[in-house]
Structures are given as C-alpha cells and as structure tokens.
Design a protein around this ligand. Structure first.
Ligand code: URA
Length: 238
C-alpha cells in the first residue's frame, strides 16, 4: 500500500504538494469514491481518478531545456503562445519544474515525476539558483548592500546567498549582476532589484542545483542521465 498523494505524484499528473491539495479539495476518487483524507493509502489494484481522469502508471522522463525568451512556462497557453513543452519531443505528460517569466531565459527542468519536481521546488531542499541580470543603470555598492541585508517579498525576508556586480557598461548605462537565491517566489529576482529602484532588462537563469545549459543552444534540450536523476533524489531532506 502506498500513500495516495505519492501515487498521484508518481503518475506525473501533479507535484506531491499539488496532489495533496487535490485530495483535500475532493478532486480525487478511489474506486469511484471521493477520498479527501491525506493519509489514505491505495494498492496497485485500486483505480485512482484525479479530476475525473483515471491515472495510468507512466514511465518517468526528465529533461533540461535552455528556455528561450518569448515562451510561457506552462503546458498550455490560452492565448496560443508557444510553451516550454512545445520544445520537447515526448508522448509523456511532462510539466515544468518551477516557473521562469516569459522573457527569462536559461535552465528549466521538465518531468512527469512529481517527487523529483517536489525535491527541486520544496524550500527545505534549499536548491541554489544562479541568475545573471542585466540591469538598467550602474548598480552601486549601496544598492548591493541593501539587497544583501534582505528584501521583504510576500511577507518574508529574502537574503540572496550571493550578489555580485560582474560587469559595468558605462557607455550603454547597464550592469550585469549575478545573484544566487534559494527561494522560488514569483518574479523574485525582478522584485529584489525593483525594491531598490532598479529595472531588470534581461534575466538568465544560469544554474539550478548542478544543472547548467552551457552545452545547449537557446531552445535546445537534453534528457537527464540516470546519474543526474539519482543525484537530485540525493538532495532531498530525509
Ligand atoms: N525571478 C524573476 O524575476 N523572474 C524569473 O523568471 C525567475 C526569477
């Protein structure tokens, strides 16, 4: 017997946390009966339905995409814009792990493995994300120190693990700044810079944990190796 939320997450339809939300909101049926208790367990023989669809046991797949600009980080877009899953040739129902803005480029992982996604997204795993931001104007030491001392976002204080000015372009009045964060709040990097009055002109995610896209052109992707998948599982807080 396995926990219902785990079975749903492993089927690839949702992350573990999303699966728990679906259960408590009465969106999950086992053998035709709504089950809204989180601790419920099911066996191989039970028929699990999520939002009216019966779960199938899918093979797990894992991809790393170098996300281009002008692409939405969802599986479907009601405005018909290109989505990150359009780049990946698979018949599995994959979804992006976390979110990059429409105009943000760089490292994006996609999978149908809810547990894997959960490890990378859960705050307790403290996954480092490295961003390079092109900022309008010349960033000052005072602004950097203010960001270092912590910025309140969504009611919590965010302190970057590192922030460093990499290059100043006086002619074009821009700065390239590296910032490393652990959280994954919406528009977090842009909001950090905004809070000290700076505008982000371009944003690239260079790294998530040990993944980078140096060997991938914009829009290119590759499968993760079994070793990389195991390494991510090793990052989970037990
Ligand atoms: N922070 C942002 O502001 N945007 C992203 O796409 C990612 C992190």
């Amino acid at each position: 017997m396995e926990r219902l939320a785990k079975v749903i997450a492993e089927s690839g339809v949702a992350s573990r946390r999303k699966a728990e939300d679906l259960i408590v909101n009465g969106k999950v049926k086992v053998n035709g009966v709504v089950i809204d208790k989180l601790g419920s367990k099911v066996s191989e023989k039970d028929i699990v339905e999520v939002l009216g669809k019966v779960l199938s046991k899918e093979e797990k797949v894992y991809f790393l995409l170098n996300k281009p600009r002008g692409v939405v980080t969802t599986t479907k877009d009601e405005k018909g814009r290109k989505t990150v899953t359009d780049f990946i040739d698979t018949d599995k129902r994959i979804y992006p792990i976390g979110r990059l803005d429409y105009d943000t480029t760089g490292v994006l992982l996609l999978t149908n493995d809810g547990d894997f996604a959960n490890i990378l997204m859960h705050p307790s795993s403290k996954i480092e994300k490295v961003y390079i931001a092109k900022i309008k104007g010349i960033i000052t030491g005072k602004e950097i120190n203010k960001i270092k001392s912590g910025i309140i976002i969504d009611g919590t204080k965010v302190i970057p693990l590192r922030i460093k000015s990499k290059k100043i372009d006086k002619k074009n009045n821009t700065s390239m700044v590296e910032i490393i964060i652990e959280e994954g709040k919406n528009h977090e990097v842009k909001r950090i810079f905004e809070s000290v009055g700076l505008e982000v002109l371009k944003l690239k995610r260079e790294k998530v944990a040990f993944f980078d896209v140096r060997d991938l052109k914009s829009g290119e992707y590759r499968k993760l190796t079994p070793k990389e998948v195991a390494r991510v599982y090793g990052l989970a807080k037990k």
